[in-house]
Design a protein around this ligand. Structure first.
Ligand code: SAH
Ligand code: SF4
Ligand code: F3S
Length: 473
């Protein structure tokens, strides 16, 4: 049978009465005072985008938002399963909520996201954290109002991790907060790649892409609302539309958004090298609104390890792509993800990673020590390398990257870039350059969210300092 790609309109409409019920419940409970929600998101931007949808639904239920868990009537943790460390943090943080529930019995605590989508983890939460009332997986986001109402009116704990194996719910409300500098725009969900170390395909289901017209319509809304940066999201944006057989592929989608009127910057993540084509870089060269920052995870520089990881490209193919990209987009800045200490990684394999890092000259790297994920093929692979040795390799890689980053930074001094005054970091404002690097500038807080010319004046190791020389709109 054809897989069902979309959650039907009837099913989505069936959620509306639950929104009203929850609203009514809190209005009675708090005698008309606005209920408050505390939402904390772990993991990648996909999770941030999911939280924005849950917050959209909460807003429709009458909720406001707070940064203080003590004030909240509803607490949600949206979790990440990608590494053990991420999971441990969540267990610790959720554990700390017990006291709040004791102080305020009406408080509802919920945990959702990628961790919960794994049955053994959902069971652990259910058994060991009785103060958590609601557990729901990544496939049940659109059913949040119904699940919430069940907790409130059924007076019982609810656990729902039904895996519908990937459907798209269009038209959910999204609450993106007050900051208009950047917006996340999911273009696809799930992953089909099954890299042998990775849990994501198991907790996010099969790859599925939104219709191009729905994406373009949302991009138009974001531009009209004044967003200066739109980041297209997916685990592997380069295979956009393939599963559905759309006649719009990722380069074509980029061009459609680039051609929308307005002054905005387009970013996207993440790209898988196996699906990145020369045509994609040709398109970027043509599309002036597309950021010159490109995140292209290579994971390992060793062909043997790449094969064991099931990445389906070689280091030569990766380096070829980078060389082609630099030839057609000379100002392109690459960043990447690297895993150190994949099972049975030898010193020679690791050297190949260091060599690749030197050859490409990334502006920055996200480096991770391999973390065993239950249920993935790599979890059962032979791994004689000690944790201590993996730690040493990590330190060597980080030291090398720091040298490279310092060279990049020094080369920027004296140059002027069009940047976005993005974040008030207390004492200074962080301006984001087109290649994604951050420059600290002194500027009036009233300018937050605006575009400005920023001249880099000083580079200290990886920190850049600069001055605002012009402000736009
Ligand atoms: N879809 C994206 C990455 C999603 S996960 C891609 O393919 O590029 C983000 C990063 O976490 C990965 O690129 C990888 O470097 C890292 N990662 C994933 N699983 C991991 C594991 N088991 N141990 C250590 N790092 C991991
Ligand atoms: Fe994980 Fe690989 Fe999919 Fe990225 S492409 S989410 S690393 S399985
Ligand atoms: Fe983590 Fe899930 Fe993203 S596992 S990295 S939050 S897709």
């Amino acid at each position: 049978m054809e897989r069902e790609t979309f959650v039907s309109e009837a099913e989505l409409a069936a959620q509306k009465p639950f929104i009203e019920q929850v609203r009514g419940y809190y209005s009675a409970l708090l005698s008309g005072k606005q209920p408050l929600a505390f939402v904390r998101t772990f993991g990648c931007q996909q999770n941030v985008a999911d939280s924005e949808k849950v917050m959209g639904m909460l807003k429709e239920m009458g909720f406001g938002f707070t940064d203080t868990p003590d004030e909240a009537d509803f607490i949600l943790f949206n979790t990440c399963a990608v590494r053990e460390h991420a999971e441990d943090r969540v267990f610790g943080n959720v554990g700390a909520l017990k006291r709040l529930k004791e102080d305020k019995p009406s408080l509802v605590i919920a945990v959702c996201g990628c961790m919960v989508q794994q049955e053994h983890i959902a069971d652990k939460f259910y058994k060991s954290y009785p103060f958590v009332s609601l557990l729901f997986g990544t496939h049940r986001l659109h059913a949040f109002p119904e699940l919430f109402a069940k907790v409130l009116f059924g007076k019982k704990r609810v656990k729902d991790i039904t895996a519908e194996d990937g459907r798209i719910a269009e038209g959910l409300p999204v609450y993106r907060g007050e900051d208009k500098s950047g917006a996340w725009l999911p273009i696809m969900y799930g992953c089909n790649n099954f890299c042998t170390y990775c849990i994501v395909p198991y907790v996010r289901g099969r790859e599925r892409s939104r219709r191009p017209e729905d994406i373009v319509a949302e991009a138009k809304e974001l531009i009209a609302a004044g967003y200066k940066e739109i980041t297209l999201l997916g685990q592997n944006v380069n295979s956009y539309g393939k599963a559905e057989g759309y006649d719009v592929d990722f380069p074509a989608l980029l061009k459609m958004i680039n051609d929308l009127p307005g002054d905005f910057l387009i970013r996207f993540m993440t790209s898988h090298p196996k699906d990145a084509t020369k045509r994609l870089f040709d398109t970027i060269a043509e599309c002036k609104k597309v950021s010159r920052h490109f995140h292209l995870p290579f994971q390992s520089g060793s062909n043997r390890i790449l094969k064991e990881m099931n990445r389906r490209y070689t280091r030569e193919q990766y380096l070829d792509l980078i060389a082609y990209a630099k030839s057609v987009v000379p100002d392109i800045a690459f960043t990447s993800d690297v895993i150190v200490g994949f099972p049975n990684e030898t010193e020679e394999d690791f050297q190949a990673t260091l060599d690749l890092v030197k050859e490409v000259g990334f502006v920055s790297l996200f480096t991770f020590i391999y973390s065993k994920r239950e249920g993935t093929p790599a979890a059962t692979m032979f791994d004689p390398v000690t944790h201590e040795e993996k730690g040493k390799r990590m330190a060597r890689l980080t030291a090398l990257q720091e040298e490279i980053a310092a060279e990049h930074s020094a080369a920027l001094v004296g140059q002027t870039f069009k940047a976005i005054l993005e974040n008030d970091a207390g004492g200074f404002i962080e301006a984001r350059l087109p290649d994604n690097r951050v420059v600290r500038v002194q500027a009036d807080k009233a300018l937050l969210g605006k575009r400005a010319d920023v001249t880099v004046t000083e580079a200290k190791s990886w920190v850049l300092y600069g001055e605002v020389t012009a402000v736009y709109d």
